[in-house]
Design a protein around this ligand. Sequence first.
Ligand code: ADP
Length: 471
Amino acid sequence: MGKKLFLAIIIIVLITLLLSMLSVNLVFTQQFSSYLTRTTEATLEQLPARLSSVYQSKGFWDPAALDNISQTLPFGTQITLNDPKGKLIANLVSPMDAMHMQYGISGMDSMMNMGMPYSVQDWKTKTMTIKGKDTATVIATAVIRYPSSARILNPEDRSFMSAIFRSILLAGILALLIGILLGYFTSRHLVSPLQHLTKAAYRIGQGHLDERVKLTAKDEVGQLASAFNSMADNLQKQENLRKQFTADIAHELRTPLTSIRSYIEAFQDGVMPADSENLMAINEEIERLVSMATDLKDLNVAEMGALQPNLSQVDLTGLFGKVIQNINPLLNEKKLSLEWNPPRQNVTIEGDPRLLTRLFYNLIHNAYKYTEAGGKITITLRPFTTLTDFVEIEVQDTGIGIPEADLPNIFERFYRTDKSRARETGGTGIGLALVRQIATLHHGTVSVESRIGQGTTFTVRLPKGEDILEE
Ligand code: ADP
């Protein structure tokens, strides 16, 4: 990239140089040549008067005086001066022409020609009569031949033009040098942060997730660097969560399995009877394992985007009735009160009943887990009719609350606010991740508000729309 930039700057400088030389050349040839044509014609206008005065002052055609006149003729001009009878008096030739006749065109400095060889294609001819003193007698006729468009052939004009070219060339060389320097520094300035980024990306790829780039620039590269750093932060966070999760899941699996094993050992040793109460305890542990495995599988499938909702019209009021019925024994056991505020009319939405049950069960079960005995859980279901019909479900508890710093993270998989407490409550940090996935799958949202020691409110919004899931 550095090389490309460098090359681009040099090419731009060269093109600019070339174009400015061409345009100066064009302006010179056109403007200068029309200026020269005008002066040629003005000089020729004065010729009859000048020639007449040569004749009148001497009384004959003085060759020296005529030579003087030919010295002042515009370049390329040739005059044939005849007396009234047609006899040749003199041929007047401009000095440059005289030189050409002597040495030929190759004698000219070819550099000075600047692409304008002295080969005139269009000639103009004028015949003028030279009159005597009384202006009635014609003393001679002059046939004048001159180039229809004058060229820059005057050495002074040419040196002026080449001085301009030289100064453009000098400016071009300076611009090229500055361009080279600028190209070098700009490409270094651009490329070196990218090299840093490449190195950092390579190290992250090798597993060094603590690698970050230090860039303070506010430009696009700076934005790329900060995006890169936040990506690395996220990767590291996910990696830490994953490690934490592996440790937790090992623990979560171990606890019920150890418990089951000790029950079975006790049965085998005859220490404990294999009665229905003890078998029920074993069953609970197994249930816990099964539900954990189901949560994990669902979350995995949902995250891979492959969770296909099994759509039907779901009566939410009825669905809540069932969830509440299921969880009621737990609430009674913990002496938690429950307030259920259904709307006046039943609310039906299109969705997957199994997944929606899981969503609300997880929220209510969390409220149960994180609310101390004597607390209260309030569930409110409200239908809204706005531009897009949707329902809002609030699960509110008077529990321990969530620290503000943890609020942005609680929907991340495996995230738990207090690891030791969560262990007591048997959490793995999957529940809320699944809640969010299911809400998203139904084109809905979930949000949370919480105050430590006062309680937490989860709000789920789901569209009612008929075809939302086919979008
Ligand atoms: P877990 O299986 O640990 O409950 P979740 O994903 O369901 O995992 O919840 C993530 C964390 O959010 C929990 O560990 C807990 O700290 C916090 N949390 C969730 N719901 C509540 C609530 N109603 N009250 C207080 N904290 C909660």
